[in-house]
Design a protein around this ligand. Structure first.
Ligand code: NSS
Length: 457
């Protein structure tokens, strides 16, 4: 890549137009400066002025370019007076460019700084940045989300999300799963009608998908093991710490896979992801006070309990639900106190689960279903199980649930042409991020959350 600034050896210290000799992209990434690779060299950096302090003839700028945050020091006399004055009056979140020599300095955040010999304020911020260091209420910060995404913790969350997806994809790709995409606009419910978003589709009604699952079941007969990373939508009326109306869903489906095998897929994939986070996101996790040991100890096999055991552990009907009801957030929270790592709950009652779950042949009132719950009060992060593969049984379950088999014509066809025992699961990306980053609310696990009362910004 070459440190272009190196060539630009003090062209009179003016705010030279570096673009004349190359593209805007010629600035060095701060991450490369912070790594020490550019020590002693003359470099050009560009970024946003995150913070500034000055005393006498010296200004310390903290400049962020997305790859890192770097201290740039501007001294009176070492740059033109007009440059010094421009930086002195620049408001935070102005865009700036600086050129100077990289030197190690233990007092600088990250251990390095640039001693500037020239630079310019490229787009001065027009107003004071609305987000100050002081406390702001959550609604204010949600209104300012387009600016709040620049905050340290939001940047860390974005990095953790990206690392989780990288880890998930690399596990799936390495285990014979192919990434596929299916429609977001659909004609029928997957997870029950109560959380469907309806959209007008020309003269018809359509819905925003709740899960890719039914299409995935079609694709396993085409390309075998499949996975996706896609948005899912739930018109959740409940205002909780763990519900978004639009969330990102990592889902997988595989032929010739039963419940036990599915749990092995989930636990291996998750521990692979957590390993990757430990290796690549140490400083981000530290911001949230997440200890790396908490993640490193998550190793297969994860603890497994049944729904019946779960209900017992939380005090049976004293827990607020009776046998047959789904575990809600309150019940899961109590249950998670029994574990210090993610664990599985299997065998949910038929009544608590969607129509496609296969009833346990040895006990038909429960299903071959499994949820993975995260500890520390977080609860469910994945949901899935073994599917009904037999045509008549599937039609029967649809009728029991009051669904019209005609609305699921194509899905039923899959049982007519080479049906197969198969299983799959969906993992809520923001649920996992919330646990990993110890977030109080799922809205902070995504850049622009969609909540019951919020579609702006
Ligand atoms: O409803 S799920 O439990 N299961 C499914 O959608 C299956 N059709 C997935 C599959 O087998 N392919 O949702 C799966 C996960 C759940 O465990 C949560 O982690 C997440 O999706 N989820 C949510 N995250 C955020 N907000 C909301 N509202 C939400 N609903 C589910």
């Amino acid at each position: 890549m070459g440190f272009l600034g190196f060539l630009n050896n003090r062209l009179g210290g003016v705010s030279v137009s570096f673009t004349r000799r190359g593209g805007l992209e010629d600035a060095v990434m701060m991450r490369d400066v912070l790594s020490g690779d550019a020590d002693g060299r003359e470099v050009l950096v560009r970024g946003w002025l995150q913070n500034k302090r000055s005393s006498g003839g010296i200004i310390f700028l903290l400049v962020r370019d997305g790859s890192g945050v770097l201290q740039c020091t501007v001294r009176k006399g070492q740059v033109q007076d007009s440059v010094f004055d421009a930086f002195l009056s620049a408001k935070t979140e102005s865009t700036v460019e600086l050129e100077g020599t990289v030197r190690p300095d233990a007092r600088a955040p990250g251990g390095r700084e640039i001693l500037a010999d020239s630079g310019k304020v490229e787009y001065p911020a027009l107003e004071e940045f609305p987000i100050a260091k002081k406390f702001h209420g959550p609604e204010f910060l949600l209104d300012q989300r387009h600016l709040f995404v620049r905050a340290d913790k939001m940047r860390a969350v974005l990095k953790v999300r990206a690392a989780i997806l990288f880890g998930a994809r690399s596990w799936f790709d390495g285990h014979g799963y192919m990434e596929v995409q299916v429609p977001i606009l659909t004609s029928a419910a997957v997870e029950g009608g109560s959380t469907l978003f309806e959209v007008k589709y020309f003269d018809e009604k359509a819905y925003l998908t709740q899960s890719w699952q039914l299409y995935a079941e079609a694709l396993i007969a085409s390309v075998g093991r499949v996975y996706t990373v896609a948005p899912s939508f739930r018109a959740e009326r409940s205002r909780t710490r763990r519900h978004l109306t639009e969330y990102w869903h990592v889902e997988a489906e595989a032929p010739w896979l039963e419940l036990d095998g599915l749990m092995r897929v989930e636990e291996e994939m998750l521990s692979h992801i957590l390993d990757y986070l430990v290796k690549t996101c140490g400083s981000e996790l530290a911001l949230f006070e997440r200890k790396l040991e908490d993640l490193a100890r998550v190793r297969p096999p994860f603890p497994r309990i049944t729904y019946d055991e779960a209900l017992d552990r939380i005090g049976g009907e004293k827990s607020g639900i009776k046998w047959g009801d789904d575990l809600g957030y309150e019940q899961e929270k109590v249950l998670t106190e029994h574990f210090d790592r993610p664990f599985f709950v299997t065998g949910y009652p038929k009544k608590a689960k969607a129509f496609y779950h296969k009833p346990d042949p040895s006990r038909p009132d429960v299903t071959l279903s499994v949820d993975m719950l995260a500890p520390e009060g977080y609860g469910e992060i994945t949901g899935g199980g073994q599917r009904i593969e037999e045509y008549e049984a599937l039609v029967g379950r649809m009728r029991e649930e009051g669904l019209d088999p005609k609305s699921y014509g194509w899905y039923l066809d899959l049982r007519k042409f080479g049906s197969v025992p198969h299983s799959g699961f969906g993992m809520g990306l923001e649920r996992l991020v919330s646990w990993v980053c110890k977030l109080d609310h799922i809205r902070d696990a995504i850049a622009f959350p969609r909540l019951i009362n919020r579609v702006y910004p």
